[in-house]
Design a binder for this molecule. Structure first.
Ligand SMILES: [Zn+2]
Length: 256
């Protein structure tokens, strides 16, 4: 895996289409648009061999049919009729092989943002679509709080040294919300400085280490008494369970 390079191809306002390549073959994750991927492949003289899809939203799948028509590449996706293309369906515990890059991924099902959302991970990387963002998580469009929390629990159990590749540049706005709930959190304060500097230079804030998210992301800290106390103060109520903590946090973020 040492020879694999991973870059974000910016798309739309704040999407990243992640491309993994070895200077010859390439794989993309969630191509919501084909044009920027075509440009990148041409500029770097790469052959597209596979596409990974995390969920059905248009900004993650709209480029896939054009890319598949041009390259005849295999597309891995969750079983969901809303995803176009000729798909190889994958589900929890499946392993997928990408022989041209000599890498493989395992699949976890993470319903919450959408019901059929999946993530891909191996020993080094997690491609989590819109399930997890740095210091945030996706909007709960289709799932229920207990279900989404269970999905985040699966991510919490992955090795903390994974690099997390989220598909939106939302980190700064997520930090604004997190610091609104926990203004005294020094880890969040420090991260905001780092991310602000990166964004001023137009650098992505991603990927991030899963360990950082375990320490700072409020949506991964629904067991953390400090977060629970801060949220209780913010909402002027007494939250008892992690599920309520997650549900209230998600709702507060939606209204922020
Ligand atoms: Zn989405």
């Amino acid at each position: 895996m040492m020879s694999i390079k991973i870059f974000p191809i910016p798309a739309f306002d704040d999407n990243y289409i992640w491309i993994l390549h070895n200077d010859e073959y390439a794989v993309v994750v969630d191509p919501g648009s084909s044009a920027p991927v075509d440009q990148y492949l041409a500029a770097h003289n790469l052959t597209l061999t596979h596409i990974l899809i995390t969920h059905h939203h248009w900004d993650h799948v709209n480029g896939l049919e054009s890319l598949q028509a041009d390259w005849g590449c295999q597309v891995f996706a969750p079983k969901d009729d809303r995803i176009p293309g000729d798909l190889a369906y994958v589900q929890e515990h499946d392993s997928i092989q990408l022989p041209e890059l000599d890498i493989n991924f395992k699949v976890i099902e993470t319903p919450g943002h959408t019901l059929s959302h999946i993530c891909y991970f191996n020993d080094a990387w997690l491609f989590c679509g819109d399930t997890l963002f740095s210091i945030g998580c996706g909007r709960m469009f289709e799932g229920q709080p207990a279900q989404y929390l269970n999905s985040l629990e699966k991510i919490r159990k992955l090795p903390p040294n994974l690099q997390v590749y989220c598909t939106h540049e939302y980190t700064l706005s997520n930090l604004e919300f997190a610091l609104h709930i926990e203004p005294e959190n020094q880890g969040l304060q420090k991260l905001k400085k780092t991310v602000t500097a990166k964004r001023k230079m137009n650098q992505p804030s991603l990927p991030v280490l899963l360990q950082q998210e375990l320490c700072l992301n409020p949506f991964l800290r629904t067991n953390d008494p400090e977060l629970k106390n801060a949220l209780n103060q913010y909402l002027n109520k007494t939250i008892t369970s992690p599920i309520d903590c997650f549900a209230d946090l998600r709702q507060a973020k939606d209204q922020f």
